[in-house]
Design a binder for this molecule. Structure first.
Ligand code: PLP
Length: 372
């Protein structure tokens, strides 16, 4: 295997999909893959068997969904562009606008291009328990979704559905509270609609998630609203714990502490460890000073803060050792950059029979191509 390399675990992905299959069957909801979080399209053959399609954040993701996934394409963007709307409309099944103004600007054009397209509006339930403000679509001055105050009932003549997205890595108690707020604000408008989209952020495949309660919430909602179609569009939960990032120790230096420089980068390859921030789990390692040898694991760029964290190991690290960051499939390759000219990690899939297929390697061309 090349290094660095993302290794998708096919078996783990299939196990996650079994949970989604069960939820679909029991609740009657449709489930989409949010490409924003995970878009390794060489795995779509596996995912397509279970999920109903993809949700896209604009033209490029919609095209990827159309070309590589098939099935339903649902496209939402905070703002669509005139130059892109025709193509988006021609390949999307659902088109979700962020504001009544965008709805009016583009709905007729979209219907002309694609008469069977289903139009919707993203609303802001103004309630979220998101763990951090950067992940709170319902925070003060949020641009994401239309608040009740700005809702324009006249769009309902052409509108088939409402969409909300207010969760981030959350359980279904949080969903239950968001639903209460959504229904208190927009419940009166649901009656004649065809669908409601509950967005993403459902941490469905995390151990301890109450799948039965989610199913009950969906069934109750459908019962209250004439068996309306319900969509979920998780990203992270599809690829949760489905693969790791393999890296190599390039050098070990000492500046009051031991520092291992890896051939990867927190900034370029695992940016959420810096943005969110969170601490990735490392295979066979513990918190600093729990085991005998503690190292700061750091990236191979010139950014001083390019640090994955401090970890301890039972044995001394050596140059050439492999360091494995766990659960690095979601919000990694979709966000990765070639900052500092660092190579993008290769992408590989570990098949169910144990064989490893390297499906993509990146080099100088991937770096150069984006710069002019
Ligand atoms: C980010 C996002 C998702 C997916 O969220 P996850 O946290 O990855 O499940 C779904 N829908 C919308 C509108 C989003 O912005």
């Amino acid at each position: 295997m090349p290094s660095p390399c993302w290794l998708l675990d096919e078996k783990a992905l299939k196990n996650n999909l079994k949970i989604f299959e069960y939820i679909k069957n029991e609740s009657g909801a449709k489930i989409l893959l949010a490409l924003k979080g995970f878009a390794l399209y060489k795995s779509f053959d596996i995912i397509r068997k279970t999920l109903n399609g993809c949700c896209a954040s604009g033209l490029n993701e919609a095209r990827l969904a159309h070309e590589e996934f098939g099935k339903e394409v649902h496209t939402y963007s905070p703002a669509f562009k005139e130059s892109e709307i025709d193509t988006i409309a021609s390949i999307s099944h659902h088109l979700v606008f962020n504001s009544p103004a965008q709805f009016y600007r583009f709905s007729k054009q979209a219907k002309t291009i694609n008469p069977s397209i289903s139009l919707g509006l993203r609303v802001n339930p103004e309630y979220s328990q998101a763990p951090k403000e950067i992940y709170n679509p319902c925070g003060l001055y949020s641009r994401l979704g239309t608040t009740l105050e700005n809702f324009d009932q006249s769009i309902l003549q052409m509108c088939d559905g409402l969409h909300f997205h207010a969760l981030c890595e959350q359980d279904c108690n949080a969903l239950e509270d968001v639903l209460k707020n959504f229904e208190a604000k927009f419940g009166n408008y649901i009656q004649d609609l065809k669908w409601v989209n509950f967005g993403g952020g459902h941490h469905i495949t995390r151990a301890g998630y109450d799948v039965e309660k989610l199913i009950a919430l969906i069934k109750d909602f459908k019962k209250r609203h004439n068996n309306i179609e319900v969509y979920l569009e998780p990203g992270e939960a599809i690829a949760w714990e489905c693969g790791d990032l393999y890296t190599t120790v390039l050098d070990i230096i000492h500046n009051k502490i031991d520092i291992a420089i890896l051939d990867s980068s927190a900034e370029a390859h695992m940016p959420d460890t810096i943005i969110m921030p969170y601490r990735a789990e490392v295979q066979n390692a513990s918190e600093a000073n729990k085991k005998q040898y503690t190292y700061r694991l750091a990236g191979n760029t010139c950014l001083a803060g390019d640090i994955m964290g401090d970890y301890s190991f039972d044995e001394k690290l050596k140059i050439g050792d492999t360091i494995i960051f766990k659960d690095q499939m979601h919000y990694t390759m979709v966000k990765a950059t070639t900052f500092n000219g660092i190579n993008l990690p290769a992408i590989a899939i570990k098949r169910e029979n144990g064989t490893i297929e390297v499906i993509k390697e990146f080099g100088y061309e991937a770096f150069k191509e984006r710069l002019s």
